[in-house]
Design a protein around this ligand. Structure first.
Ligand code: SAM
Length: 243
């Protein structure tokens, strides 16, 4: 062992683990973090940033619904409230809602997993399920219902939370990658046209986890997609027309 190596080992042995990492980064040309006020165990907002501006996941939800706006037409069913039907729909002839929770006064108050005899089949051109999939306790039966209530040729537009906090006031069960959601969708909706996409990147995910708002980042930052850091996963499902 050369003298230099021996000295180096001795110096490293005297340093705390934090300083070892700093030294390794400095010697290896890796940047050191400048935490500022990001070094915190409590987020800036516990309301997904809605008390500051627009929650990060809503930026991606809007992009998804704008992309598939052509399907939001005719008879439209939406989870909870018809807010996205009103924002993105065109030529809507009927706007109905469904929710397990009666406080939203939905058209159909039921558990989607047990909706036979409550919501008619083949009845809607579009079923909007924004930010919903993670909340469905009996996930696959609920998704089978979603397809049943859409007419042949109609569409389901659904999204699931990715790297964002769990809700604080209700059940929040599932976090899956785009690949995981594709597996579920292909299993419950065989024969359908399915498009699954992820949105976000590490910066968007950190901002979302800390409760920062869309307006605090640049569109160019939000629009970078890194599949390892999905903030939102979207699913478009088109029910096949009879041959
Ligand atoms: C987070 S909200 C999504 C829609 C909301 N407009 C939004 O944009 O965030 C999820 C809704 O799904 C409802 N829900 C959860 N499980 C359900 C189920 N099994 N059947 C029907 N509705 C359900 C909840 O009561 C809640 O109102």
């Amino acid at each position: 062992m050369s003298d230099v190596t021996a000295w180096r080992r001795m110096a490293v042995g005297l340093l705390s683990p934090r300083w070892v990492v700093r030294a390794r980064c400095l010697l290896g040309g890796k940047p050191l973090p400048r935490w500022g006020n990001l070094r915190r165990t409590r987020p800036f907002s516990t309301a997904f940033g809605s008390d500051r501006g627009t929650p990060i996941d809503r930026y991606y939800l809007d992009q998804f619904l704008a992309k598939y706006r052509r399907h939001i037409t005719g008879r439209v069913l939406e989870i909870q409230m018809a807010a996205y039907t009103h924002r993105f729909g065109h030529d809507v002839t009927a706007s109905h809602t469904v929710d397990i929770d009666p406080k939203f006064e939905p058209t159909y108050q039921c558990d989607l997993a047990h909706a036979d005899g409550v919501i008619p089949g083949d009845a809607y051109d579009c079923f909007l399920m924004p930010s919903t999939l993670q909340h469905l306790r009996e996930l696959e039966p609920a998704l089978v219902t979603a397809l049943r209530v859409v007419r042949p040729g109609g569409a389901i537009l659904a999204t699931a939370a990715g790297l964002i906090p769990l809700i604080s006031d209700g059940p929040d069960y599932w976090r899956m990658s785009a690949a995981g959601w594709w597996e579920v969708a292909a299993r419950v909706w065989p024969g359908c046209t399915i498009d699954v996409a992820g949105y976000g990147n590490s910066l968007a995910a950190i901002a979302a986890l800390h409760g920062l708002a869309v307006e605090e980042l640049e569109p160019a930052e939000l629009d970078v997609y890194d599949e390892r850091y999905p903030v939102l996963v979207s699913i478009m499902c088109r029910k096949p027309e009879p041959a």
